[in-house]
Design a protein around this ligand. Sequence first.
Ligand code: AMP
Ligand code: ZN
Length: 109
Amino acid sequence: MTNCIFCKIRDREIPKEFEYEDDDVMVFPDINPMKPIHILVVPKKHIVEFIELDDPKLFFNIKKIIDKVIKDQKLTNRGYRISINGGGAQAIDHLHFHITGPIDKTMEV
Ligand code: AMP
Ligand code: ZN
């Protein structure tokens, strides 16, 4: 997708250090962190939003990578949130999963 920032990151048109990468997924820190840890897990394929994700293999690969991020960031017992914006709530129309933490046990949104 020509004007997509995450496609440009994937294609190395925008330099970005990946924390993890495989053939289908890239992981890098959010440029504007909302919590001390704020990492994005992004499929390389330009999928506009969550409801368009229809590949169970890719979904499970993303799940395993999210698990790894949570463990590597030592968030397993410090509180974390996995969030996805969609339906127009997203700023970038290329599917990405936010992992943020540490997060207290609160009703904070
Ligand atoms: P969303 O509202 O879910 O689409 O969130 C988009 C996220 O991408 C925001 O948290 C931004 O801070 C983040 N972001 C935008 N540009 C970059 C970039 N070049 N590198 C890393 N994160 C970015
Ligand atoms: Zn894209």
